[in-house]
Write a protein that binds this ligand. Structure first.
Ligand SMILES: [Zn+2]
Ligand SMILES: [Zn+2]
Length: 341
């Protein structure tokens, strides 16, 4: 099968990998319908993480081709959405709602690689969710968004306890931040402050439910949030960047007793002084999003056309042109790139 391979940082090629097949009785093999490039794929692209002929991709929707003998919830012909983390669905951590930290878990980016024509998904019952039927073409981008960015933005808003009467501030205007705005709106937040300097992203944030835009960053950004909230800070803050500056911006934008949904992936070297965190007196909850927990609800909201997260894709390319997609995301000329098969 054809697959996206990162030969070295910054070097994307379309290579060939063996067609996947059922190995374990809990596996499913999917023919992928759409996949995409993630902000986290830019880490190896920019040489921050290693890349050496690495298969890429962890977001996916597809049609089940074949299942192992123990799989009960999906069958050949089903259209499915899967999480970016493989999860068994039965261990104590999965049962508690944290499939992204499943004791049998693995990252799809590491062991599967879904920027490809097909994928073998272990623990199909614990990882995949079938849609009610074959989706209309225009729903596919939204269903694909549920696989990671929507699920992650949703978790961030949930962890930040966005809801009625709450003011939510969103640090980060990438795909996850925008999905956090959508999620906060859907959860009934009263006021949603999107922090962005990028006109196109500001526009989409407003469309998704932002009530205010703040262009300042760092300490100036946090000061602006305080100013907009009577000096107190937001009740709920979504951190969707993962740098030291953005994390501190989030902490300093939160009122005492408030909640931070922390989903920006922090890379080596990001540290927060413990005393700063201690005296902020805020709740901090985050990590890799337990997307599988939210998938049934998110699929239904998309199916009913209540939400339209697919608008976050602003460039669509065939898989064969993936290199252009990586370049566009690296140069920030695209927010998120959908790859068709
Ligand atoms: Zn992703
Ligand atoms: Zn598990």
């Amino acid at each position: 099968m054809r697959a996206v391979i990162m030969d070295a940082p910054g070097k994307i090629t379309i290579g060939h990998r063996d067609d996947p097949r059922i190995i374990e009785p809990t596996d499913a093999v999917l023919r992928l319908v759409a996949t995409c490039i993630c902000g986290s794929d830019l880490w190896p692209y920019r040489g921050v993480e290693p890349a050496d002929h690495t298969p890429m991709g962890h977001e996916y929707v597809g049609i089940v081709e074949e299942v192992g003998s123990d799989v009960t919830t999906v069958k050949p012909g089903d259209f499915v959405v899967g999480s970016f983390v493989i999860s068994c669905g039965t261990c104590e951590i999965c049962a508690a709602g944290y499939p992204s930290k499943c004791v049998n878990g693995e990252f799809v980016s590491v062991t599967v690689g879904t920027q490809a024509e097909k994928a073998r998904i272990p623990f199909a019952d614990g990882t995949l969710v079938a849609t009610p039927g074959l989706p209309d073409e225009d729903l596919i981008p939204s269903l694909l968004a549920a696989s990671d960015v929507l699920g992650t933005g949703w978790f961030a808003a949930d962890a930040a306890q966005a809801g009625p009467g709450k003011t939510v501030a969103v640090v980060g205007d990438g795909a996850v931040g925008l999905m956090g705005v959508l999620a906060a709106k859907q959860m009934g937040a009263e006021r949603i402050i999107a922090m962005s300097r990028h006109p196109e992203r500001q526009k989409l944030a407003l469309e998704y439910g932002a009530t205010d835009i703040v262009t300042e960053r760092g300490e100036a950004g946090a000061a602006k949030i305080k100013e907009l909230t009577g000096g107190l800070g937001a009740h709920s803050v979504i951190e969707a960047v993962g740098t030291e500056e953005s994390l501190r911006q989030a902490i300093h934008s939160t009122r005492p007793g408030g909640h931070i949904g922390f989903v920006g992936v922090a890379h080596g070297g990001v540290s927060i002084p413990a005393d700063e965190l201690f005296f902020a007196e805020v709740h901090l909850h985050g990590g890799p999003a337990p997307v599988r927990r939210y998938l049934p609800e998110l699929i239904q909201l998309i199916w009913d056309r209540t939400i339209n997260p697919g608008k976050v894709f602003d460039l669509t390319l065939p898989l064969d042109r993936a290199a252009e997609g990586y370049q566009a995301m690296d140069e920030r000329t695209a927010t998120k790139v959908l790859l068709t098969l």
